[in-house]
Structures are given as C-alpha cells and as structure tokens.
Design a protein around this ligand. Structure first.
Ligand SMILES: *Cc1c(COP(=O)(O)O)cnc(C)c1O
Length: 353
C-alpha cells in the first residue's frame, strides 16, 4: 500500500514544554486510512490535522463501535526519538478490533505508517525530562445507519499530542476508593478491549470517588464483587510479605503493556511475582497483620502510580505509611530509564524512529 503525504500549509506554534498538560494540544498532521468491504483497508495518508465530517447517523456515535490505543514517543538525551513496545500496542489494537467486529489492520504496516507520521512531526516531541508525545491510534465505525449490526465501513486515524510530565508535583501516592455499587467490566464482556464504552461506563463511579475526596476507583470483579481487577484505567500490583501479586487476566481486565513490563522486570530481578486472584479481604487482612507493604497502579500515562490509602465501606487503610515504596520506586525509575534511553534495553523493547 502506498502512503501519500499532504503537508499543512501553515504550522501551528509549538507550546512551551512547561505549559504542557495532557491531551488538549494536537500536532499539525494526522494519519488516516479507510475501510470498505470491496477495497479492504485502503488510501493510507498523512494529511493536515482536521475535523472529521460525519453524518449524524454515523454508527460509532450511536453504538460505540470503536477501539483505540495509547502509547508514547520519547526524546532521548541525544535527541533521538523512540517508542516503547509499539508492536504490543498494535497487537492489542487488533485484539480489541476483533472483539468489536472491526476488521484488523496489518500490524507491520501500522507501525511503519506511525513512524512516517512521527518523522514528519518530530519537532513536536518535547525534550524536557518526563514529557513525551502521546500517540492515539483509533478506529471508528462510519456507516450512516441506525440498525444494530457491525458497520461495513471504518476510519482508522492517528492523532498526536505533546504531554507534560505526569508527576509535575512529585511522585506521590494517591487515595483510592473501592466501589461496591458499580463494576467496570464483566467476564465474557469487552473489559479486555480498549473500547470507548468501557470508559463511559467508568465515569459515574469515578465521580463518586472524587466527591468523597478520592482520586481513583478500585474496581472489583463483576460476579462476586470480591476480587480486585483494576484501579482507574490502570492495572494494579500488591506487595505482600515480599511477594509481588497482580490479578490474573480473566477477560475483564485490560492486558496492560506496563503491567507486562513490571512482571518481566520482576522476574529478571528474582522478585517472586504471581498472577492470581486477590480479594479485597486478603488485602485488608494483610494490612492487619502488617504484611501489606505496597500497592501501585501501572499504565502508559503515569507508568507507576503508588497508592497511599484505600477506603472500602467504613474501613480506611494507609499503605506503606502513605509513602512511595521501594518496589514502586524501582519499577518507575527503571521503566523511565529504558523509555528515555538512559539505560540499556536488554529486552528489545525500544523501537527507534
Ligand atoms: C490502557 C489501560 C491500562 C494500561 O495499559 P498500558 O498498556 O500499560 O498503558 C490498564 N487498564 C485500562 C482499563 C486501560 O485502558
């Protein structure tokens, strides 16, 4: 497939690194590609960033048939640009697509197209430590049709957004609220897909957590409301008596690439790491007996997010005296060092542009 490029006539002014937040500034160009049953995926093109003109009946707007990914491009000290495990993002993108009845894309072509977009937008990759260029590949159903079925046509696009350091105010623990009234996903559903509806469904509980003074929701399983699944839009880890524990992937948990990275590093460092069911009661009991050492979330945006407090019903526990634990700290430092090219990439996770 031949990728065409149409450059913008006028380039936007680039923001100062110190003013970068998350997800509100977009670069000059985007990638687009279309799907129809006759041509398959076709007309891949890089063109000026622009609105998408849509019929009000466009299917994604009504039935949420869409999938997305989230990854980052990092600028190294020597000025190079690199990606972290992008093949895993495109693999997961196709898994999400399959679950949503969206035609899969060619992963190698997708990575190549992303690289070409990044070369055109290279000056948008910020260089201040902790900043990066966030990458959002997305596929949406585009048939103008109100019947419930899979769309016949789709648009794949990639937009880019320079983002600031996640921990501008320091690497501090957050307070999390265990919701007992809502679940994020259920077994056999689409919890393991990055699909818009999962995030819409998480907002109500998130707002309730905020109203109670908590930053994130801790999600329990949808059947027994007993086993821990995720925290906000992150995977979760517990350190109990020196052992690193994370919920096993059951279909209702998003298989995070940061999660997989933490597990791989733990194995390399000979830390005992277990993927299994872990109940909220087990965590509270471990706290009672003084064996709960750390809790932290993992995800692309924050990398590692230490948890300092949990509220479950009337019970409130403080984790690790409300301070960042040594494991959270070590994973955080090491993953950032790999992403920014400050340490050797012995696992082959880095893709240079
Ligand atoms: C994206 C995401 C994660 C983290 O995945 P990473 O690949 O580590 O960024 C975890 N949970 C949910 C619900 C997510 O959407």
């Amino acid at each position: 497939m031949q990728l065409t490029v149409k450059k913008a006539d006028q380039l936007k002014a680039k923001p100062d690194d110190s003013t970068l937040g998350f997800g509100s500034i977009f670069t000059d160009h985007m990638f687009n590609m279309d799907y129809n049953p006759k041509d398959g995926w076709h007309n891949p093109r890089i063109e000026p960033y622009a609105s998408i003109d849509m019929d009000p009946a466009t299917m994604v707007l009504h039935y949420g048939q869409g999938v997305f990914e989230g990854l980052k491009a990092f600028r190294t000290e020597s000025g190079d640009i690199q990606l972290f495990r992008p093949n895993d993002n495109f693999k997961r993108f196709n898994n999400s697509a399959r679950l949503l009845c969206i035609p899969e894309i060619d992963e190698a072509f997708a990575l190549d197209a992303l690289k070409q977009l990044l070369i055109i937008e290279k000056d948008w990759v910020p260089s201040t430590p902790g900043t990066s260029l966030y990458i959002r590949p997305t596929i949406i159903a585009t048939d103008p049709f109100l019947g419930v079925r899979a769309s016949h046509t789709y648009r794949y696009f990639i937009i880019l957004s320079p983002v600031g350091a996640y921990y501008a105010e320091g690497f501090n623990p957050v307070k999390i609220w265990v919701t007992r009234n809502h679940v994020r996903a259920v077994r056999g559903g689409v919890g393991e897909a990055k699909t818009p509806g999962n995030y819409a469904a998480s907002l109500y509980a998130g707002e309730q957590a905020n109203q109670h003074g908590y930053t994130q929701v801790l999600w329990l399983d949808g059947i027994e409301q007993k086993y821990i699944e995720e925290v906000g839009a992150m995977n979760i880890f517990f350190v109990i008596n020196g052992e690193l524990i994370t919920p096993m992937l059951t279909g209702s948990i998003l298989p995070g690439i940061t999660r997989d990275t933490v597990i791989a590093l733990a194995k390399k460092w000979d830390i005992k790491v277990t993927e299994r069911q872990i109940s909220i009661d087990e965590v509270l009991d471990a706290h009672k007996s003084g064996k709960l050492e750390e809790i932290f979330g993992s995800g692309t945006a924050a990398v590692i997010s230490p948890v300092g407090e949990i509220k479950y019903g009337d019970t409130i526990i403080t984790v690790g005296n409300g301070k960042v634990g040594p494991m959270a700290n070590k994973f955080y430092k090491t993953i950032l060092d790999i992403q920014y090219g400050n340490t050797e990439d012995s696992a082959g996770w880095i893709e240079t542009i």
